[in-house]
Design a protein around this ligand. Structure first.
Ligand code: OXD
Length: 311
């Protein structure tokens, strides 16, 4: 099988994949056009439209990440080619740690203490137990479910939400529109781990934010398109004094890098990180890619992405 690889450090992936698939001919998108045309499969992260629009006769695509939004929204994506994406591939653990950091940041008042430090103010806030800090996790796919389990183990009561019903041990599961409204009304921190699909775009709009209890916080290691940014800024209010929304820890944005002109950069109660919550550990990801390519070649592809559902 011939595999075309496109990702920032493609040569590293090419070499490591060749060790796992010695039977395969693996080359990167830097190869000449006639060589690229020979590819049976594409393993790629955010390939440019120009590459996808080339006359490639692909039998399958492996998305080198968990989110397929960039690929599905690429106008060059050839129709009908089955797509397999990385499953948890080791990203859930660091994403869980990112969420833990955010939860402790708000639950232990680090945001308030930082502001007090600026004015040299020594004042202790009454602690709130984790058991009294309900957390909502929107999205219970492979990553969301693992993150929900991690924070439940830490002692936070966790409410999970998915579009269709799910049952997860130790998590109070909600589903559908009514379930979402019920969850929003009772959580002190809201964590977004949904994929970017037409159904999830701006799911956190003014109405959803208004349902959150006064002083709730938002943690988004998922996708930037989940949030209506104008509504978010409105709920946060201006300046250091806490608004209806206490603060937001954001790792994902509709346009990345976050444009320098974005008001989020300078907001005193917004923490911006550069889409670093869930780095993909190369080893685990490569094992999954090799497995997916072998399954394609054997004519038994693994669970493929549903382009209509968007994940
Ligand atoms: C992913 C990501 O989808 O890194 O894997 O955002």
């Amino acid at each position: 099988m011939k595999v075309l690889v496109h990702i920032d450090d493609a040569e590293r992936w090419q070499e490591a994949l060749a060790e796992r698939l010695p039977e395969a001919d693996i080359f990167t998108s830097a190869a000449p056009a006639e060589r690229r045309r020979e590819a049976d499969y594409l393993a790629a992260w955010k390939p440019p439209e120009s590459l996808l629009s080339e006359p490639l006769a692909l039998k399958g695509i492996v998305n080198l990440g968990a989110g397929v939004d960039a690929l599905l929204n690429n106008p060059g994506l050839p129709a009908g080619v089955p797509i397999v994406k990385l499953r948890d591939a080791g990203m859930a653990e660091p994403i869980g740690d990112y969420v833990r950091y955010g939860l402790l940041h708000f639950q232990r008042d680090f945001d308030r203490y930082r502001r007090q430090q600026h004015v040299r103010q020594w004042h202790e806030h009454a602690p709130v137990d984790k058991a009294d800090w309900p957390v909502g996790v929107l999205g219970l796919g492979a990553i969301g479910a693992r993150v929900a389990a991690m924070i439940a183990t830490d002692g936070f009561p966790v409410h999970g939400w998915s579009r269709s019903p799910k049952s997860l041990e130790g998590i109070t599961c909600h589903h559908g529109d009514d379930g979402l409204a019920a969850l929003l009304g009772r959580v002190k921190s809201l964590v977004l781990l949904l994929p970017d699909t037409p159904a999830t775009r701006h799911i956190i709009d003014a109405e959803a934010l208004a349902r959150l209890p006064e002083g709730a916080s938002l943690i988004n290691p998922g996708r930037g398109t989940l949030i209506d940014e104008a509504a978010l800024l409105d709920a946060l209010g201006e300046g250091e004094a806490e608004g209806r929304l206490r603060g937001a820890l954001l790792d994902a944005f509709p346009a990345e890098p976050l444009p320098a002109a974005s008001p989020l950069w300078g907001h005193p109660r917004v923490w911006v990180t550069p889409h670093m919550a869930g780095p993909t550990p190369l080893g685990a990801a490569l094992d999954q890619v090799a497995e997916a390519l072998r399954a394609f070649a054997a004519g038994e592809p693994q669970a493929t992405v549903d382009p209509d559902a968007g994940y």
